[in-house]
Design a protein around this ligand. Sequence first.
Ligand SMILES: [Zn+2]
Ligand SMILES: [Zn+2]
Length: 136
Amino acid sequence: MDIQGGCYCGAVRYRAQGEPQMKLQCHCRQCQYFTGGHPNVVMGMSNVGFSFTKGEPKEYCKSDLEGARTRVFCSGCGTHLLTLSPSLPDGVLIKVGTLDDPSVFGMPVVAIQTADSQSFHHLLEDVPSHERWVVK
Ligand SMILES: [Zn+2]
Ligand SMILES: [Zn+2]
């Protein structure tokens, strides 16, 4: 797989090569902030094949939250491009909506942190879900 994507305004672009290590939707309360309310849909790719090809994104990590993910975003338009997880040190979690062609994602293989689900969230049939799950 050789995929490209970027933010809404086009200032930040990236390329990722290799096979997805993980395809999931995360219902956690933190992700709800960055999606606007719905689950976050991400694809894990090795950071060996990942690079930014244009622009420099900003990063934010909440210092008072244990195990907090680092959120990588465009400082111009605010689009969140990646999540970096301490439990996935060799990979990046690409936010599927920033892919040039989001359809390459296919379907998530798992739904996680559903304990934080809102009543308007949807779970997919045939996709296993976990109330609390740590990406290993
Ligand atoms: Zn942007
Ligand atoms: Zn989450």
